[in-house]
Ligand binder design. Structure first.
Ligand SMILES: O=P(O)(O)OC[C@H]1O[C@](O)(COP(=O)(O)O)[C@@H](O)[C@@H]1O
Ligand SMILES: [Mg+2]
Ligand SMILES: [Mg+2]
Length: 337
């Protein structure tokens, strides 16, 4: 790092400064959310560092491989889960944690308990780990009522009740995208500083996009509305240009591209999976929250995604999210079905 050339950068908007600025808008705030976020950020940096070394796992003894001493190492998704659980519990600001990796919700012991519930997918897109393709962490945050013992009902709430949501993408750069309910902001990790810097302020998704993103391998099992919509993407009835297909197979990467470039991401129901594949609490809700905050829409095939009320922590739902006009079109198809 050229310290002289970089000296002027000390006034950059780091994520810590950003969250502190947000906090200053609420004079009654005691900084609990800021502390919670700093622990989430630490977890993201830790997982980013492990992901960056994943290809070297065999040589240096990292996640999912047997190291040179012949010891079994933890898989990256198991490791990421432990990283976030430790970071969240040690923040002293959480009371319930729901992770994709754990069957049951974790109730934080009283001495370390706080008022936030965090639902998270510690490593999303895990099938892409071994080929070095973008993966991520997704999180959503609920707040319990003051002075009331937390119960599982505090997380079985519609996504619109989240106080914040975000994801961190471990891609060609490491990006953390966050909404606290007043817009969406993107921060890129500067590896030499070890800080997330605000690089994408106030992200707005284009009103209409040129890309659709779906696993077309499931097409034979789709319902009529999804099949018709995807057909229209390829052969638009109004004579406009066909949309391009992009599908990474990591929700974080597919949603990130959709957010920045516009278009639509679909994981519909099909005959084999009547509720789709993606999990409501820690995949569908956080991404739907971000989409709406960026000016887009998110729809389950039946209703606004953020109005859905989950009845169990690992519940699944079909999801269609992205640019306002593109989602509007599929809503119309479902309404006429
Ligand atoms: O392989 P498919 O069926 O297209 O599913 C892809 C979807 O599955 C997921 O990988 C599920 O996430 P996990 O890796 O956290 O289980 C999403 O990231 C992605 O959108
Ligand atoms: Mg996932
Ligand atoms: Mg996962």
């Amino acid at each position: 790092m050229d310290h002289a050339a970089d000296a002027h950068r000390t006034d950059l908007m780091t994520i810590t400064r950003f969250v502190l600025n947000e906090q200053s808008k609420y004079p009654e705030s005691r900084g609990d959310f800021t502390i919670l976020m700093s622990h989430i950020v630490l977890g993201c940096k830790f997982v980013c560092s492990a992901v960056n070394k994943a290809g070297l796992a065999k040589l240096i003894g990292l996640a999912g491989e047997t190291n040179v001493q012949g010891e079994e190492q933890k898989k990256l998704d198991v490791l990421s889960n432990e990283v976030f659980i430790k970071a969240l519990v040690s923040s002293g600001r959480t009371c319930i944690l729901v992770s994709e990796e754990d069957e049951e919700a974790l109730f934080v012991e009283h001495s370390k308990s706080g008022k936030y519930c965090v639902v998270f997918d510690p490593l999303d897109g895990s099938s892409n780990i071994d080929c070095g393709v973008s993966i991520g962490t997704i999180f959503g945050i609920y707040l319990i009522k003051d002075g009331v013992e937390p119960t599982i009902g505090d997380v079985l709430q519609p996504g619109k009740n989240m106080v914040a949501a975000g994801y961190c993408m471990y891609g060609s750069s490491c990006m953390l995208v966050l909404s606290t309910g007043s817009g969406v902001n993107g921060f890129t990790l500067d590896p030499s500083l070890g800080e997330f810097i605000l690089t994408h302020p106030d992200i707005k998704i284009p009103k209409k996009g040129k890309i659709y993103s779906v696993n077309e391998g499931n097409a034979k099992n789709w319902d009529e509305a999804t099949a018709k919509y995807v057909d229209r993407c390829k052969f638009p009835e109004d004579g406009s240009a066909a949309k391009s297909l992009r599908y990474v197979g990591s929700m974080v990467a597919d949603v990130h591209r959709t957010l920045l470039y516009g278009g639509i991401f679909l994981y519909p129901a099909d005959k084999k999976s009547p509720n789709g594949k993606l999990r409501v609490l820690y995949e569908v809700f956080p991404m739907s929250f971000l989409m709406e905050q960026a000016g887009g829409q998110a729809f389950t095939g039946k209703q606004r995604a953020l109005d859905f009320v989950p009845s169990k922590i690992h519940e699944r739902s079909p999801i269609f999210l992205g640019s306002y006009d593109d989602v509007e079109e599929i809503k119309e198809l479902y309404a006429s079905q």
